[in-house]
Write a protein that binds this ligand. Structure first.
Ligand code: OAD
Length: 241
C-alpha cells in the first residue's frame, strides 16, 4: 500500500517509542518497568528528583549516552522525506525525547514529552545549555538563581506544554477533512497524545496506525491499521513514486 498525498493533503504524524526501536532504543511497555531496581516513576517524576537528584541524573545521563550511540533508522528518514515533500502541510508530534527525528532531517517537530538534551532550572525555568551526562561529580545548578537544574522532560504527574498542545490542535482544526493522521510505534496508553486520533476523527480526518504489535483497544479507533516495523513499512508507504 502507498500513501499518495494530493496538493490539498495535510499530514499529522504522532510517533512513539516503536519508531526508535530499530535504532536500538528500548520501548517503554516492552520492559519490566524497572531501571536498576528503581521503579521507573522514581527516576521520572518531580518527587523522585527531589528525593534523589543524583540517581535521576544518572538515569538521564545514561539515556543521553545511549541516544548519542545510536543513529536514525529508515522509519525516521521516511518521515523526514514526507515532510520535505509537504512542507508546511506537515507536522510531527513526537513522544520520543531522543532527538533522532531531527537528526534524520525532520524540522517541523513538536517534542510533546520534552527533549533529552535540554535541561532547565527547577525554580526559574532558565534553560541550561550544557548537555553533559552528569554521571559523576557535582550536579548542575542554575547560573541565575542557584537552584537545581533538571532534565527538560515531561515526567509522570506533569502536564504538557500548553503551547505544544495548541500547535497540534490548531493543525488538526485547520486541516479538517484534508488531514491524514498517522500514529506510528505507539501503544496509545498515555494521554493527551493517545487522544489525538479522536480529535482528528471528529474533524473528518483519515486515520492510520502503523505498529509492530498494535494495542487492540487503540487500533479500533483507526480506519487503517498496518502491522509491521516502521523501518520497513514507512519507506514503502511514503515512497514518492
Ligand atoms: P510504548 O512502549 O508504550 O509502545 C511502543 C509501541 O511501539 C508498541 O505498540 C509496540 O508494539 C511498537 N513497536 C515496537 N517496535 C516497533 C517497530 N520496530 N516498529 C513499529 N512499532 C513498534 O511507547 P509509547 O507509546 O511511545 O512518556 O509510550 C508513550 C509514553 O509513555 C512515552 O513517551 C513515555 C511513557 O511514559 C513520557 O516519558 C512522558
Amino acid at each position: 500500500m502507498r500513501f499518495e498525498p494530493t496538493a490539498e493533503t495535510r499530514v499529522l504524524v504522532l510517533t512513539g517509542a516503536g519508531v526508535s526501536a530499530e535504532s536500538g532504543v528500548p520501548t517503554f511497555r516492552g520492559s519490566d518497568g524497572l531501571w536498576e531496581g528503581h521503579r521507573i516513576e522514581a527516576v521520572a517524576s518531580p518527587e523522585g528528583f527531589a528525593a534523589d537528584p543524583r540517581t535521576v541524573w544518572r538515569f538521564y545521563g545514561l539515556r543521553r549516552q545511549g541516544a548519542l550511540a545510536v543513529s536514525p533508522n529508515a522509519g525516521h528518514r521516511a518521515i523526514a522525506a514526507l515532510e520535505a515533500r509537504l512542507g508546511d502541510r506537515f507536522l510531527l508530534a513526537t513522544q520520543n525525547v531522543d532527538g533522532l527525528h531531527r537528526r534524520a532531517g525532520s524540522e517541523r517537530v513538536v517534542a510533546i514529552h520534552g527533549e533529552l538534551f535540554k535541561s532547565r532550572c527547577v525554580r526559574c525555568s532558565r534553560p541550561f545549555d550544557d548537555d553533559a551526562t552528569w554521571l559523576e561529580g557535582p550536579l548542575p545548578t542554575c547560573a541565575d538563581c542557584g537552584a537545581a537544574v533538571r532534565p527538560h522532560i515531561v515526567w509522570f504527574g506533569e502536564g504538557l506544554d500548553p503551547s505544544h498542545l495548541e500547535r497540534v490542535a490548531d493543525f488538526i482544526v485547520d486541516a479538517g477533512p484534508m488531514l491524514h493522521f498517522f500514529a506510528i510505534g505507539t501503544s496509545g496508553q498515555v494521554y493527551p497524545a493517545a487522544g489525538l486520533v479522536d480529535a482528528a476523527r471528529s474533524s473528518g480526518a483519515t486515520t492510520w496506525l502503523i505498529d509492530l504489535d498494535p494495542d487492540e483497544g487503540y487500533a479500533t479507533r483507526f480506519e487503517h491499521v498496518l502491522r509491521g516495523r516502521s523501518g520497513e513499512v514507512l519507506p514503502r508507504l511514503f515512497a514518492a513514486d
